[in-house]
Design a protein around this ligand. Structure first.
Ligand code: BGC
Length: 704
């Protein structure tokens, strides 16, 4: 929250600024090919996006680099008031050290690790002259057709909020002015994941209670963690584009939550208000956005070009412009840019791609992979002499990165086949085949087969939506043909989204979801396949049986005719079971856990309640369980979800070891948006579960 030094400094500076200089601060520029750098000397840009890839012909490297941003900064400091630039870039899941995609990070159910990864990314990005990242992406996603599901934390608001807080803290640290602190930008505010049909940029409708209870909580957590900025979403939400939505950008964000940083638009989304059909021209679009509470225009130029005239015509006030400038200067001041505008070029060689960063990336990849099936304990692979690894990913390098990795380099990645060789026991012979023909031929002579299939990163991410959640063309047939040979068969899926792999899961003995695991993904996978590490990820999003089941998510409402496979007039499909392929929270390990003795500290919650259960490792090896706490509010003034996640803990137990896992449930954990529009609790009966996933667990009851 604003402190006095920020405010005094900002107001003094503001009082010296001309209108043009003020509009310059609201303008974010993309230094592309025809970049006119006199803009910087004249103070007409407040921020540069992607100050890299630009000017490559002038001797600068093609990735974010300290030299390049120092060069631009020098020009900005030649302007009359010497206001430094804020350099922004998409540092989404790592910079040079690429961590697993955000959806995979969420699967680790380990916000602590996410925080550490974000702090590594912050160190690397700031060493390369970047001071602001367009992350974390906090869009709740209930539709995996949407390509951007890869960039977020999945479907759950509680997990999303935990991740949001951790990642913001990781990027920003305790002091935004530290040289290795990166200003966070929670995006895309808000409702972007509700794009109809999973088509990116499409419109969406979200009811008020769902907006408040499902879509907003991660953003609120980011604001509470001190996020310096937010980005407005492209979406037209309930008829008002998010970029011009005063209720979202001002009433809720500033009024209710006390946010004092600034909001940037998404790429040209201010100008796009014309396409949306709410603005008649650029000047109108700029006014609508500014008056809604949108402070910085990402690259459309319409703030710089039109707000001056709108002011002269009395259509906007100088106070409105001043307020936006103030918020931007406040963050620049808090980020220490006035005191330290340049980046020390000696940092990058020291701070990029350190062994510690790589080892964190490996740990994260290991913890994010989810074991979905493991019949007769095929995994870890033991006792096989010749193992065939086959499919399009066998030699993968950059393909392991996933979407949004402008600063990752494929040559930093050990190719998957090599990484697997390095992790396999010496006694095992590994064979590799990229094509199905070769694989089917070699398989006859192998003792076990592992298929490495899934989506290329270019099939997920921004505007990479698909209408059919099946594996890419040819892969399903490959699995069937391989399964017909009757060899022990494991399937590893690389993907940026849940894929509908129902028939493949049926015919293989084991299935492991590896997502896009990042720079150390190969080694992490090898460690899991060969039993050096044990899988411990859990699904952060429901896996559908078929595309037609979308939307399907665990925290649904019961309906008047709830799911019941036997009931004719119950909600159902004629051609599919009602349940998902795998529920939210699900994931196996190499051992088995038993849950027993659920205990509540009281049958009534007054202030807080302790809920605990005993978890025992009843298998033969050590393992990590993600113990989950769910509640259901049985009767409400509005219908309530059949389950809501309220807590989780990762615990590691040795064979035979038992531990009582305890959660505290507080009254405020049971708040929701009620029929009267207020946010609060309603007394009554609740169910509670301590569970290994969202569909099972030990049940209990209490009253509030
Ligand atoms: C995306 C944002 C991103 C921005 C800047 C947009 O197209 O929607 O997520 O931060 O570009 O690269």
């Amino acid at each position: 929250m604003s402190n006095k030094t920020d405010e005094t400094f900002v107001n003094q500076l503001l009082s010296q600024m001309t209108l043009e200089e003020k509009l310059g601060q609201l303008n974010q520029v993309n230094p592309g090919d025809r970049f006119d750098s006199s803009l910087l000397r004249e103070g007409k840009a407040g921020s540069l996006i992607n100050a890299s890839g630009a000017l490559t012909g002038q001797g600068f490297s093609d990735s974010g680099s300290a030299e390049l941003s120092n060069h631009f900064q020098q020009l900005a400091l030649e302007s009359r008031l010497k206001i430094p630039l804020l350099f922004g870039r998409d540092v989404i899941h790592g910079f040079r050290t690429v961590f697993p995609i955000p959806l995979a990070q969420a699967a680790a159910f380990n916000p602590h690790l996410a925080r550490q990864a974000a702090s590594v990314a912050a160190r690397e990005a700031t060493a390369s002259g970047i001071k602001w990242t367009f992350a974390p992406m906090l869009d709740i996603a209930r539709d995996p057709r949407w390509g951007r599901v890869a960039e977020g934390n999945g479907e759950d608001p509680f997990l999303g909020a935990q991740m949001a807080g951790a990642v913001v803290q990781g990027f920003q640290g305790d002091d935004l002015s530290a040289p290795d602190a990166l200003v966070a930008c929670a995006k895309h505010y808000v409702g972007y994941g509700a794009a109809e049909g999973g088509r990116d940029y499409e419109n969406g409708e979200i009811s008020e209670p769902t907006l408040r209870d499902i879509y907003l909580p991660p953003f609120r957590a980011a604001v509470q963690a001190g996020a310096g900025t937010l980005m407005s979403a492209f979406i037209d939400l309930n008829g008002i584009p998010a970029t011009a939505n005063r209720r979202l950008l001002t009433d809720i964000l500033r009024g209710e939550w006390g946010f004092d940083g600034f909001v940037v638009s998404d790429w040209e989304s201010v100008k796009e208000l014309i396409q949306h059909g709410v603005a008649e021209d650029e000047a109108h679009a700029a006014r609508l956005a500014l008056q809604a509470g949108l402070d910085m225009d990402m690259v459309s130029g319409v703030y710089l070009n039109t707000l001056g005239e709108s002011l002269q015509r009395g259509k906007i006030s100088i106070e409105e412009i001043d307020e936006a400038v103030r918020r931007i200067l406040r963050i620049k001041h808090r980020a220490g840019l006035f005191a330290q505008p340049f980046t020390d070029p000696l940092r990058a060689p020291r701070d990029l791609l350190t062994p510690e960063a790589r080892s964190l990336a490996r740990d994260f990849a290991r913890q994010s992979m989810v074991l979905l099936k493991n019949d007769r304990d095929l995994l870890p692979l033991k006792g096989f002499r010749r193992i065939l690894l086959a499919g399009p990913f066998v030699h993968a390098r950059g393909e392991l990165f996933g979407t949004w990795t402008p600063d990752g380099r494929a040559e930093d990645v050990t190719p998957l086949d090599e990484a697997l060789r390095q992790t396999a026991p010496n006694s095992v012979e590994l064979w590799f085949a990229e094509t199905s023909d070769l694989a089917l031929h070699l398989a006859h002579h192998a003792d076990a087969v592992v298929l490495l299939l899934g989506e290329h990163p270019a099939r997920s991410g921004e505007n990479c939506n698909i209408s059919d959640l099946s594996l890419p063309p040819g892969q399903a047939e490959f699995v069937q043909a391989m399964a017909a040979l009757g060899k022990p068969l494991a399937l590893v899926v690389f993907a940026g989204r849940p894929l509908a792999i129902t028939s493949q899961v049926q015919v293989v003995d084991a299935a492991l979801y590896a997502w896009h695991p990042g720079i150390e993904g190969g080694a992490a996978l090898g460690e899991i396949l060969f039993g050096i590490a044990s899988p411990s990820g859990r699904l952060p999003i429901t896996f559908p049986r078929a595309t037609g089941q979308i939307p399907i998510y665990y925290n649904r409402k019961n309906s008047g005719r709830p799911i019941n496979p036997q009931g004719e007039f119950r909600t159902r499909y004629l051609d599919l079971p009602p349940s998902p392929l795998f529920p939210f929270g699900f994931g196996l390990t190499y051992t088995r856990f038993e849950y027993s003795n659920l205990t509540l500290s009281s049958d009534t919650l007054r202030g807080a309640l302790a809920i605990s259960a005993e978890v025992t490792n009843i298998g033969a090896c050590a393992g990590t369980e993600v113990v989950q706490l769910y509640v259901r509010d049985l009767i409400g003034s509005l219908t309530r979800p059949i389950r809501e996640l309220k807590g989780f803990q990762r615990i590691t137990l040795q064979p035979g070891e038992s531990r009582r896992v305890s959660f505290t449930l507080r009254e405020e954990d049971l708040t929701f948006t009620r029929a009267d529009g207020a946010f609060g609790v309603e007394p009554g009966n609740f169910h509670v579960w301590i569970a290994p996933d969202s569909q099972s667990g030990l049940p209990g009851k209490f009253r509030l």
